[in-house]
Design a protein around this ligand. Structure first.
Ligand code: GDP
Ligand code: MG
Length: 436
């Protein structure tokens, strides 16, 4: 049950101007959905009273209710402090990750390293979780996958020693950022806290990021509070904000802990990390989508020059099969489709219902790739060359029936046409209208 559905229900209850009863019903609906979303009852109570007061002040109506709610949510989510990633004035910027076991520390360390790598930073990852041997190997694999350097040494048995050596390596090697992954437990205990405090002492980190599993609701808020008391956190990263996340945990952390939310994890893959920006999250909570995050994410990943070239081609109707293959590669870098769909207005409600679509392994994509690989370079450049005899040859080469080839070519033609249509200035507007 996502917040957005209930928000929609709540606002739809206000149909008439100055209808106090309708406002009460809407507030009730909102209360239910907030509690269901694991928002602390005190936070709910305060939020409702502000929304009621502000709505009445401006006049009962759907618009005023909505804007009061939006303002108050933004207010709550804007805890004082830094936003996104902040580099220290003297590199390396040292980041220590903390959190309970399974919250997503190791994955998030990798995501953050990837985020910084895309921004042309030299990053060193360090494996200081020696509770589980597999954790060192897990980080090593992640580092290899994203092609970032890693300090991982199973022969060292003391996390404090790992921290010391990793810090020295980061300084000697002129790294911009050092990210240290640490151990977690199932519950907070003294031994864990002692260890992590000593790692902190050695590292003197610029940032201590607490990774909070947003699926664990109020538990995440409570343990964040304890970690904050012991370590003075500088930021919280909300992991697993995709899928079944109840969302309310973001409000709880901001309101009850007062540590700024810095990033959110929205999937299992390395690109699935976004800067936490309050009004964007409010937009998403309220079902308005998050085009801005989407655009930013896309622009960091997709080579800008390449994108412009393709856009020009689309406009001229010259989009060909080579471009298509390149686009497919770029798409893969964007991470799970599900997390992207969640950001598009009108489609975000669908996101939860969708299984992750695997671009690489979908049978449709495989067919298209086979078809393209059976084409000559000239044919790839110019789809108009494809007459019947060429199509027969391609079908044979790709192991497809002629009907399948015709179908794919037709789809491709339509897609190119659609892309051309939406590539103009009015294009995005049209697309949004189409989806809403
Ligand atoms: P750690 O014990 O804190 O280091 O946790 P891990 O990094 O090993 O993550 C535990 C599990 O959560 C793994 O299966 C991850 O793939 C998964 N995970 C981490 N972050 C996210 C996220 O943002 N979304 C989803 N869906 N899964 C995540
Ligand atoms: Mg781990």
């Amino acid at each position: 049950e996502s917040l957005s559905n209930s928000f929609q229900n709540a606002i739809n209850k206000i149909r008439f101007k100055d209808d106090e009863k309708a406002l009460k019903r809407a507030l009730d609906e909102l209360k239910k959905s907030l509690l269901k979303a694991d928002v602390h009852h005190k936070v709910v109570k305060e939020l409702l009273s502000v929304v009621e007061r502000e709505t009445k002040l401006k006049g009962i109506g759907k618009e005023n209710f909505l804007s009061a709610l939006k303002n108050e949510l933004t207010q709550i989510l804007t805890a004082p402090g830094k936003q996104g990633f902040v580099y220290s004035s003297t590199p390396p910027t040292v980041v220590m990750m903390a959190g309970l076991q399974g919250s997503g520390k190791t994955t998030t360390s990798g995501k953050l390293a990837y985020y910084l790598k895309l921004r042309k930073k030299r990053v060193l990852l360090a494996a200081a979780d020696l509770q589980r041997l597999a954790a060192v190997e897990q980080l090593r694999q992640i580092a290899n996958q994203i092609e970032v350097d890693v300090f991982a040494d199973e022969s060292i048995k003391d996390p404090i020693e790992v921290a010391k050596q990793a810090l020295a390596k980061a300084k000697d090697g002129n790294y911009d950022v050092l990210i240290v992954d640490t151990a977690g437990r199932l519950a907070i205990d003294n031994e864990l806290m002692d260890e992590i405090k000593r790692v902190k002492e050695v590292l003197q980190p610029d940032e201590i990021f607490y990774v909070a599993d947003s699926l664990t609701g109020q538990d995440a808020v409570r343990s964040a509070a304890t970690f904050n008391k012991e370590l003075s956190l500088t930021g919280v990263i909300l992991s697993k904000y995709d899928g079944d996340s109840k969302g309310g945990v973001a409000l709880g952390i901001a309101k009850q802990i007062g540590v700024p939310l810095r990033f959110i994890g929205s999937g299992e893959k390395m690109p699935d990390l976004e800067v936490f920006i309050p009004d964007r999250i409010v937009g998403r909570l309220m079902g308005a989508g998050d085009i801005e995050s989407l655009a930013e994410k896309a622009s960091a990943v997709i080579d800008e020059k390449e994108a412009k070239k393709v856009a020009r081609k689309i406009k001229k109707g010259q989009f060909n099969f080579n471009d298509f293959l390149e686009q497919l590669e770029q798409m893969k870098k964007l991470g799970s489709l599900k997390s992207l769909i969640g950001m598009i207005p009108g489609l975000n409600k669908m996101a939860g219902a969708l299984k992750d679509i695997d671009l690489e392994n979908s049978s449709e994509i495989k067919k298209i790739k086979a078809l393209i690989s059976s084409m000559t370079p000239k044919e790839r450049e110019n789809p108009d060359l494809l007459n019947n005899s060429r199509k027969r040859r391609i079908a044979q080469g790709a192991g497809l029936s002629q009907m399948e080839v015709n179908k794919i070519l037709k789809q491709f033609k339509n897609a190119a046409k659609m892309a051309k249509k939406f590539s103009g200035k009015k294009g995005m507007q049209d697309l949004q209208n189409l989806m809403s």
